[in-house]
Design a protein around this ligand. Structure first.
Ligand code: 13P
Length: 342
């Protein structure tokens, strides 16, 4: 393993003003997104949609440091025959790959899940590296509910995340370690804080045990945030303060960067939260975005599967990427959103 090289890639992933586009929806998930805009999900429509984003020049060259791909996409070619990976590289961004194989029910723990995909991961990583991937992602899912999460679910998922991260580094690939505490449910922000603290502490304990080099990884956590169905949802300042406090308590300064998931927050909410955190300042790591839905909802709608709408889709993507790029420096302002709409 060349740690200096891993660290260089990790630093580039969280370069000032830039963040990550999570375009790694599984075929099942992208079908759901396409259903919402009345687009049939086929190999070609998925390619056309992703090609539209990767050719969004402003977003890709100025605000997007890397793109997380799904297995299908990393092998796909654009309409003119250029590999999609090349489009990303030509824009100066780094190709990455989702390598987990989804979740399965965790035996003995009703309602809880464990992420799978460790078997043959070393061989798969080698193929992905040869195809251009320089970072990877593995997502663990922790749900908050009546009597859950159990320590069992937290432990097995942390163990798998660390196994994955160690294998990535051995393959010269930067692991994005993503333990996602879901924001489904009616819990308040403090419950989310407590659960996320347990999850992050366990995850970093496992990363240490399995000798993962913290300088060569990126953390992708949820924010400390109220459940979607909570009666009173915490405001922007509270989310920002509590998330920063939580991360300072749990994430060693050796980690180069933290790139949040959006997890079902609205586009502007996700941007406002990131911005407010960066305005607090004096942070030991870079704080940026690795958004899926909060970057793609607007371009998906503007595109709606029509070739005539490609420019509108790209404009919507450029705008969201720009807003989040500003938020990663604490320079976003709400009225910049209105200007776009005008
Ligand atoms: P969201 O931002 O839509 O939560 O997606 C990010 C991601 O990569 C989830 O694994």
């Amino acid at each position: 393993m060349n740690l200096a090289e891993l660290n260089k890639v990790a630093q580039a992933m969280v370069a000032p003003g830039k963040g990550i586009l999570a375009a790694d929806e599984s075929s099942g998930t992208i079908k759901k997104r396409f259903d919402a805009i009345n687009v049939e999900s086929t190999e070609d429509s998925r390619r056309d949609y992703r090609e539209m984003m990767f050719r969004s020049k402003e977003a890709m060259t100025k605000y997007i440091s890397g793109v997380i791909l799904y297995d299908e996409t990393i092998w796909q070619k654009a309409k003119d025959g250029t590999p999609l990976v090349k489009l990303i590289e030509q824009a100066g961004a780094i190709p990455g790959i989702k390598v987990d194989e989804g979740t399965q029910p965790l035996p003995g723990c009703p309602g809880e899940l464990v992420t799978v995909g460790l078997d043959r991961l070393a061989e798969r990583l080698k193929k992905y590296y040869d195809q251009g991937a320089r970072f990877a992602k593995w997502r663990a899912v922790i749900d908050i509910g009546n009597g859950i999460p159990s320590m069992t679910a937290i432990s097995v998922n942390a163990h798998a995340l660390a196994r994955y991260a160690a294998l990535c580094q051995a393959a010269q690939i930067v692991p994005i370690v993503e333990p996602e505490v879901l924001m489904d449910g009616d819990h308040d922000i403090d419950r989310c804080y407590d659960v996320t603290q347990r999850v992050l502490n366990k995850t970093f304990q496992e990363l240490r045990v399995q000798r993962v080099e913290l300088e060569g990884m990126i953390l992708k956590p949820n924010m400390a945030i109220s459940g979607k169905k909570a009666k009173h949802r915490a405001g922007v300042e509270e989310v920002a303060e509590k998330t920063v406090r939580l991360l300072k308590a749990c994430v060693p300064a050796a980690v180069p960067g933290i790139a949040f998931l959006s997890g079902g927050q609205s586009d502007e909410e996700a941007t406002a939260h990131l911005d407010a955190m960066n305005r607090i300042g004096n942070l030991p790591w870079k704080l940026t975005f690795s958004y899926g839905r909060a970057l793609q909802a607007a371009p998906q709608k503007a595109w709606s599967g029509k070739a005539d709408n490609v420019a509108a889709g790209q404009q919507a993507f450029n705008h969201r990427a720009h807003m989040n790029g500003l938020a990663s420096k604490g320079e976003w302002k709400a009225d910049l959103e209105k200007k776009k709409a005008a």
